[in-house]
Design a protein around this ligand. Sequence first.
Ligand code: AHR
Length: 486
Amino acid sequence: MAAKILLDTLNPGATISRHIYGHFAEHLGRCIYGGLFVGKDSNIPNVNGMRTDVVEALKKIKIPVLRWPGGCFADEYHWEDGIGENRKRMVNTNWGGVVEDNSFGTHEFMELCRQLGCEAYICGNVGSGTVREMSEWVEYLNSDSDSTTVQRRWANGHKEPFNVKFWGVGNENWGCGGNMRAEFYADQYRRFQTMCRNYGDNKLYKIAGGPSDDDWHWMEVLMQNCKTMMDAVSLHKYTVPKDWTDKGSATEFDGDLYLTTLRKAYDMERVVSGHETIMDRYDPERKVGLIVDEWGCWHNVEPGTNPGFLYQQNTMRDAMVAALSLDIFNRHAGRVTMTNIAQTVNVLQSMVLTEGDEMVLTPTYHVYDLYTPHMDAALLPCAVQSPVLTGDVHQLTATASQKDGVTTLTVSNLSADEACEVVIDAVGIDLTGAEGRILTGEVHAMNTFENKENVTIQPLTGIEVTAKGLKLTLPACSVAALTLHG
Ligand code: AHR
């Protein structure tokens, strides 16, 4: 029997914030250095040091926001080391023990965001920084007074304030950010955020460092003690196919491990719902957002690469995890205001891999490309009826949305080996046809430097108009985006 999707255009729900499609770039491995930033003197084509090929690729998927400088790095980062001349060299103790020369700092990050046309999300240092240091970073970035701190910004070539809005107060402060207890962090949060001031018309959107996974206690303590002082709280949850000691290869896995990966990714539904329930108890009006600012597949590093650099390949399995996760976030758009997949280039579940002056777009990149119509669109109720694939995961996962009169359905067939016939019907429009694009490939399929276009988006063909709705067959392991006509 065909699977069914019934969407309802008469009852649009929350707006799917474009920030749900956000990204994260840490001083880790080759994410910043070599991946995004090569320096002005590089032979690799660049504008003010930023790789032109990578910037153009990210602009194509309309990157809305970029989180920086970490991650664990954020709580060892001292922003004054990364401005002006004669920058301090430091050991990046979290990631490979390499020397960080601070050549990519505040001005370079803001220049990168300018070129990308995206918003900046800066994560400040609580673990090893001071309240004064964080407070002065905000002043340096956003004030237009002629204070000594702002005069330094002018001297470094930027007269206008940067007006950074998204401000994180520490990262994983339960772990690498200081091994704090929830109660201690909550007090630290209250103190640090007090000194992060608004300048001019720019109002900071303050983000408290939240729990990992299903640490309900951390969320409870934060909501109890800080809810009136924060705009959002962060959540970190990775999909680790095996376990933290042996996460499993990014490219070699069997059918069982594929299904395990999907079940683990789908656990995001339970974790987001659980935190939402706690947040609803303290904040029924949903004023405080939930920001999943680190998520994605975490595999073993590619053989022969630096274990501290977290460089992994990316297959259609990762693409399916991306689609499944983005659908969960979209369904929770009433509370989830941003997410940042980890990490943009060359680290974990990245969009882009680079080798010297070469660049490869990953299957995950193409999923983000297919989902762009959902950015800032109204979420439409969408009932999906399809067989159970494994655990609570069904064969199909979907999101429907509407913006400017355009109705978009993204639907994925998560089965690694079975095609799925789907009938799509809609309340509120008589469907007369659709056009679409599709990403599909064998579950291990990936793009390499030898075969860069092995997995790419293709036109979607074979959509029939029937009395029961639109009918099409989704190949195994596929993500489709349809613009519905009616
Ligand atoms: O994304 C890699 C690391 O994972 C981050 O630095 C840290 O916040 C998390 O544990």
